[in-house]
Design a protein around this ligand. Structure first.
Ligand code: ASP
Length: 321
């Protein structure tokens, strides 16, 4: 018998569509029941932690969720844990848990693109697939996994790529690490390394901004005078910025505020290639940290965690590279 804990946090998977108005919103309780799922020898305990659309989830809820999961792991009665979550910020919660939990049992996050009573709803199906993955010993020690649409992704690589398609979750460049079949699951790749950091609270402020052609300096200079602890920029191409923002970045670095750049490109990593003003090589020589392949929202989560865990600039630089 496998013991699985299902933790609901909200999102479309927990919502219903009003057939007359077409509105999709949360009801009082989670509409999906695990009672009649075609699973043999699986005992499921359900906990409704939050009932929030995922744009309402903050780092504080992520930390609360991590504490609940850590407690459940320490009880040593569960073989796996499934979290249901809204898809909009699912990748951020998944990566937060991935960086802050050190679990030997499978931790799986799932959601749905169609609410529970819509035609072709993917909620119950994704929940069933996730429970199958959570029961599988081969899914353990792989970090936090995201299971949607018959695919198993790592929290580090997965991202939401489509506003409404049920195949929205993809891992650009790398692909899923496994698939869910009718009767089994199969893992065909394994992550080479995993990180785990200890944090006890959410106290820092980390800001994420996106670069664009002809960007104005106003926002940058406003932010460089704000009480921020860290700064992530989705830069252009291989990690380049318009020269107009350089004085603001210099001001942040002078205040010992770490500035991390990622690329706004969907694939590839940032590199210190271009030596012109604002190019990646110039930024690196100024003390900007170049992140290795994370997207903006995940680099922000990671910088927040490294700051909470009190790492030095040099350590942070190493952990991002
Ligand atoms: N807006 C919803 C949410 O993230 C979307 C979803 O769950 O798919 O809560």
């Amino acid at each position: 018998m496998k013991n699985i804990l299902v933790i609901h946090t909200g999102g479309t998977i927990s919502m219903q569509e009003d057939s007359t108005s077409g509105e999709v919103k949360p009801g009082k309780t989670h509409p999906l029941s695990t009672e009649h799922l075609p699973l043999e020898n699986v005992s499921i305990k359900v906990k409704q932690l939050f009932h929030l659309p995922s744009p309402h989830i903050t780092l504080k809820e992520m930390l609360q969720l991590r504490i609940v999961i850590e407690h459940a792991i320490s009880e040593e009665i569960f073989d796996g844990i499934v979290v249901t979550h809204g898809t909009d910020t699912l990748e951020e919660t998944a990566y937060f848990l991935d960086l802050t939990l050190n679990s030997q049992i499978p931790i799986v996050i799932t959601g749905a693109m169609r609410s529970s009573n819509e035609i072709g709803s993917d909620g119950l199906y994704n929940l069933l697939s996730s429970i199958k993955v959570a029961c599988a010993p081969e899914a353990s020690s792989l970090g936090v996994l995201v299971v949607m649409n018959d695919e198993i992704h790592t929290a580090k690589n997965v991202t939401k790529t489509h506003t409404s398609n049920i195949a929205t979750f993809q891992s650009p460049q790398y692909g899923p690490i496994g698939i869910v079949n009718k009767r089994s699951i199969s893992i065909h790749h394994k992550p080479l390394n995993q990180e785990s950091y200890k944090i006890i609270g959410i106290t820092k402020k980390v800001i994420l901004l996106k670069a664009y052609a002809g960007m104005d300096v106003d926002l940058f200079s406003a932010i460089s005078s704000l009480p921020v602890d860290g700064f992530v920029i989705e830069a252009l191409g291989q990690g380049n910025l318009p020269p107009i923002v350089i004085p603001s970045i210099e001001a942040l670095i002078k205040r010992k505020i770490p500035v991390v750049i990622v690329s706004r490109c969907f694939n590839g990593i940032v590199q210190d290639v271009y030596a012109y003003e604002g190019g990646g090589r110039h930024l690196k020589s100024m003390g900007v940290i170049l992140s290795n392949g994370l997207n903006g929202q995940k680099a922000r989560i990671k910088l927040q965690i490294l700051l909470e865990a009190n790492y030095t600039f040099e350590q942070m630089e190493r952990m991002f590279s």
